[in-house]
Design a protein around this ligand. Structure first.
Ligand code: NAG
Ligand code: NAG
Ligand code: NAG
Ligand code: NAG
Length: 450
């Protein structure tokens, strides 16, 4: 629904959004909600636009992730970035995007209402539509958030000089090396979300986490665990499609299947399926790993051969009967809910269960990364109104530099093997560099029966 709505809204505009314009915060969404639910008994092919509610009840969204119904039954909720929220209570899940309108060249978010969203029982057998109306904010201010329209993404800003920029990066610091890439490299390869996000700060590490990470190895890399490689090949999202969120979810799912089966099952998932068919994201305009992992749970992912990557949006078509689906049993933000992540929890999840995805901010300098441990230099390449975009990568390991003692994460990017260290990069760990420790997502696949 949202994707379709977005495309309709976009068709008359010269603006390329990468996520929905909703910009809602935890404090705006928390509070008492009235939930209007449609007829149940549907499967996941249910379409929710224009449904009629048949039932109404109240849910109270409390700090930090607790939802209570009218009988005092307790459940879980989380924000999904600034886009909407998911609730799990009484054996059902509820997800909807926060609503927004366009008015005189600006979008206004209404964080006190949702668009039509999806509800289903935990097994996904019984689907219904719903929307939510906030009766009472948990916090006083429920004014609509105004989001200004922004110019089209256009990276060909006039006074940029890659040669000079790369030189400046390399003389400003010694932690990492920059190079010039061909025009296409990283230039338009946004993006998880074009709106600058307000990333939550990582939470402080508690004593239990400190103790737990003290037992972890100093260095860890899923490409070499006792000589075995559990990491699928580097993907290339291409210039014309902001599909990083789909690429990384595919890679994380594949890798975790390999880990769970000790490399006896290697499948290549189809990011194009997510781009074409997932209504929880916006195709080539962007999306979020949490919602893509939810798609893997609710609909399942198909193999690459069922819908090979085109690098542009294609209609969702039925698949051949032998295209089986691969599901996720669980997906969650590191730390449990949006805003509860930190370095230690990311390390524990990574070592215990496998690669995770994490969003971060891409500045001009990152696009030129070639080797070393990335630390944002603060330099920018000429005048560029789009100096920051949001991106997401798969994190497959971590370590400590032998010479400098600097701690780092090892990320697999989606810009092909010509970029960075054969498609990988290192980035400073422990300091929330470009918000890397703010919004990690983990998912657990269901290993299919042979
Ligand atoms: C949501 O908030 C807006 C702005 O404060 C207000 O005008 C509107 O009536 C609210 N909607 C509901 C359903 O309460
Ligand atoms: C979203 O809202 C936050 C405050 O809640 C604000 O700081 C941020 O600039 C907004 N983002 C956009 C793109 O409007
Ligand atoms: C770009 O910068 C390099 C190195 O500083 C300089 O030699 C070159 O002339 C510059 N090119 C343009 C088009 O400004
Ligand atoms: C996993 O696979 C490796 C390589 O084939 C093998 O040496 C090892 O014994 C296997 N481990 C288990 C637990 O089966």
């Amino acid at each position: 629904m949202a994707a379709v709505l977005m495309l309709v809204m976009l068709s008359g505009l010269t603006v390329a959004w990468a996520d929905t314009p909703a910009n809602c915060s935890w404090s705006q969404v928390a509070g008492l909600w009235e939930i209007h639910v449609g007829q149940g008994g549907n499967d996941n092919r249910l379409k929710c636009s224009g449904f009629s509610p048949v039932e109404v009840f109240q849910l109270n969204l409390l700090f930090p992730d607790v939802v209570l119904d009218e009988d005092g039954n307790k459940g879980f909720w989380t924000m999904i970035y600034n886009q909407g929220f998911e609730m799990v209570i009484n054996q059902r899940k509820y997800f909807a995007f926060s609503s927004y309108i366009q008015e005189g060249g600006v979008y206004k978010s209404f964080c006190n209402t949702t668009f039509a969203g999806w509800s289903h029982d935990l097994l996904g057998n019984d689907w219904s539509c719903y929307y939510g109306i906030q009766l009472k904010s948990g916090v006083s201010d429920v004014d609509p958030v105004t989001t200004r329209l922004m110019p089209q993404v256009d990276q060909k800003w006039t006074d940029r000089n890659d040669t000079a920029f790369v030189k400046a990066i390399n003389s400003a610091q010694r932690s990492w090396k920059a190079v010039t890439y061909p025009e296409s490299h990283g230039s338009n390869m946004a993006s998880m979300a074009t709106f600058p996000q307000s990333y939550p700060s990582p939470v402080a590490m508690d004593e239990a986490t400190r103790i737990a990470i003290s037992h972890l190895p100093k260095e860890f890399d899923w490409r070499n665990v006792n000589g075995q490689n559990f990491v699928p090949e580097v993907r290339e999202q291409g210039d014309g499609c902001g599909s990083c969120y789909a690429q990384v979810t595919a890679t994380a799912l594949e890798s975790r299947i390999q880990i769970m089966t000790n490399n006896t099952l290697k499948v290549t998932m189809s990011p194009q399926d997510i781009v074409s068919c997932c209504e929880y994201s916006q195709g080539c305009l962007g999306g979020f790993p949490y919602l893509t992992a939810k798609y893997a749970q609710d609909f399942g992912m198909v193999e690459e051969r069922c819908n090979p990557y085109h690098g542009h949006a294609t209609p969702c078509m039925p698949y051949h009967a032998d295209c089986r689906r691969y599901y996720a049993e669980d997906y969650h933000y590191i730390g449990g809910y949006y805003g509860a992540s930190n370095e230690g929890l990311m390390m524990l999840e990574l070592v215990k269960n496998g690669p995770i995805t994490a969003g971060f901010q891409v500045y001009d300098d990152f696009r030129h990364y070639s080797s070393g441990i990335y630390i944002h230099t603060g330099l920018q390449n000429g005048w560029n109104p789009w100096k920051v975009t949001d991106h997401v990568a798969v994190f497959i390991g971590y370590g400590v530099d032998a010479t400098s003692g600097e701690k780092y994460w090892i990320g697999q990017n989606t810009w092909g093997t010509d970029w960075g260290e054969l498609g990988y990069f290192k980035i400073r760990r422990g300091t929330n560099e470009v918000n890397i420790e703010s919004i990690g997502v983990a998912m657990t696949p269901i290993v299919p029966m042979p």
